[in-house]
Write a protein that binds this ligand. Structure first.
Ligand code: NDP
Ligand code: OXD
Length: 313
């Protein structure tokens, strides 16, 4: 019997490590890279993708599952022709989760201790001691209390921050005040000194980091966006930074990636930029989970980490 075929399609992820991981995790499946090795569309069973070209997945008639190479699936659901009858799975991976929590802890502490001021002082060769605000005087608010938001909250807890999270449904996480739904967004923002965005990008969350949200934060609040560029209205952030209402921002994701060299964000003294590297899936563990999902689907069971296309996450 012919072996099943998996196509790996990503403009950014180097395929070598994924090929090695799939050879171990799914030796019964042939691995093809879309660039250069694309087999004929009617022979492809599985697709592992990041930002697939619109319409491509709809042209694979034998497709049994689409696996996102990331936790987010907005880059797939943006395709109006995405074949909605095919199961779509996202990454839930211990390395991705701990990597994101490291990023969040690093930058929350950075804003609490005013690292941006140290960086500016060093650039000016200025010796200017100041007392950072204490952690137990600092309120951190996390937009999105899912896999990543909850882990980040748990890892921030030992530092003594006052923690809260905002999600669609109410949470009962010890030490984390839960706000749920649009009606509670204003109260959540009003009690937040350092705002962390870990939401999926959907029609409901698009542009949520906007002028109204910044105005609802206390003066001097900081913003960390590690979710998607589409959450942030960049011009509104720049205006809030320039008015002094927002004290600083850490941005990992952008409306246009790579961030164009002409973007004023690059040169803003109170913006710290990272190039969409907050965290990523580890091929070793992620290929094992994807192979497990393939086995489940062969047995007629639901795959792991299946996305509800209606919710968009
Ligand atoms: P989850 O699906 O596990 O969690 C999403 C959370 O957002 C849930 O708590 C959900 O609420 C909440 N949520 C969704 N929609 C709304 C809404 N309309 N109103 C209020 N809350 C809402 O996702 P993950 O934690 O795994 O990942 C989050 C995102 O992080 C990804 O979608 C991706 O965009 C981004 N990401 C970025 C990376 C980077 O390198 N920069 C790396 C990895 C992920 P509820 O629990 O009630 O459903
Ligand atoms: C993801 C990402 O969604 O890396 O996992 O952005």
């Amino acid at each position: 019997m012919a072996k099943e075929r998996l196509v790996f399609l990503s403009p950014v992820d180097p395929p070598g490590a994924w090929r090695g991981a799939f050879e171990k995790a799914a030796p019964d499946v042939d691995f093809f890279v879309s660039r250069g090795e694309m087999p004929s569309p009617e022979t492809i069973d599985w697709a592992v993708v990041w930002r697939p070209p619109a319409g491509l997945l709809a042209r694979l008639p034998r497709l049994r599952c689409v696996f996102s190479l990331g936790a987010g699936v907005d880059h797939i659901l943006i395709d109006p022709d995405f074949p909605r009858h095919v199961p779509l799975c996202r990454v839930v991976d211990p390395y991705l989760t701990s990597g994101m929590s490291e990023y969040v802890v690093l930058h929350v502490i950075g804003h609490q201790r005013n690292l941006l001021r140290n960086i500016a002082d060093q650039a000016a060769a200025r010796w200017s001691p100041f007392l950072p605000r204490q952690a137990d005087e600092t309120r951190v608010g996390i937009l999105g209390l899912g896999e990543l938001g909850l882990d980040a909250a748990r890892k921030l807890r030992p530092f003594g921050y006052h923690l809260a999270g905002w999600s669609a449904s109410r949470k009962t996480e010890p030490g984390v005040e839960s706000f749920a739904g649009r009606a509670e967004l204003g109260a959540f923002l009003a009690r937040t000194d350092i705002l962390v965005c870990l939401l999926p990008l959907t029609a409901d969350t698009q542009g949520i980091l906007n002028a109204a949200a910044f105005a609802a934060l206390p003066r001097g609040a900081a913003v960390i966006n590690a979710a998607r560029g589409g959450h942030l209205v960049e011009a509104d952030l720049l205006a809030a930074l320039d008015s002094g209402h927002i004290s600083g921002a850490t941005l990992d994701v952008f409306e246009t990636e790579p961030l164009p060299a002409t973007s004023p964000l690059w040169r803003h003294p109170r913006v710290l930029i990272t190039p969409h590297i907050a965290s990523m899936a580890d091929p070793r563990t992620t290929a094992v989970a994807m192979a497990d999902s393939m086995a489940r689907l062969r047995r007629g069971e639901p795959p792991l980490h299946q996305v509800d296309p209606a919710k968009g996450y």
